[in-house]
Design a protein around this ligand. Structure first.
Ligand SMILES: [Zn+2]
Length: 115
């Protein structure tokens, strides 16, 4: 994947330009980290999954963040936040392609149900 950054305003300072991009990336990551669930509840065995990784939402309009948790039992649990219809569309797309069990839970994992 090739990413192109276009600067405007005649700022030719390479180091400063790189810093700006790094700041933007850091801000974007901080925004994503703010939505990180405390834990995911495994849809397979109900165990707490605390090893959670962010997944790119590139191309998924309306989806703020997607989290993937890999349980010790082998099940993969996804959590997504954003506009409800966009999140639903994401899970619909997942469900048609895989044999994942999908569920919903609150951010702290206290309320959990599988669909
Ligand atoms: Zn499990």
């Amino acid at each position: 994947m090739l990413a192109a950054f276009v600067s405007s305003g005649g700022n030719m300072g390479q180091a400063k330009q790189r810093g700006t991009i790094e700041q933007r990336i850091a801000q974007a990551q901080a925004k994503i980290e703010a939505t990180r669930p405390e834990k995911l509840v495994c849809n397979g065995c109900g165990a707490d999954v605390t090893t959670i990784h962010p997944v790119s939402t590139r191309g998924l309009t309306g989806v703020e963040s997607i989290w993937l948790g890999q349980c010790d039992c082998g099940q993969t649990t996804f959590a997504a936040s954003g506009k409800p219809e966009a999140v639903q569309a994401f899970f619909d797309a997942l469900g048609s392609d895989t044999e994942l069990t999908l569920g919903s839970q609150s951010r702290d994992g206290s309320q959990h149900e599988t669909s």
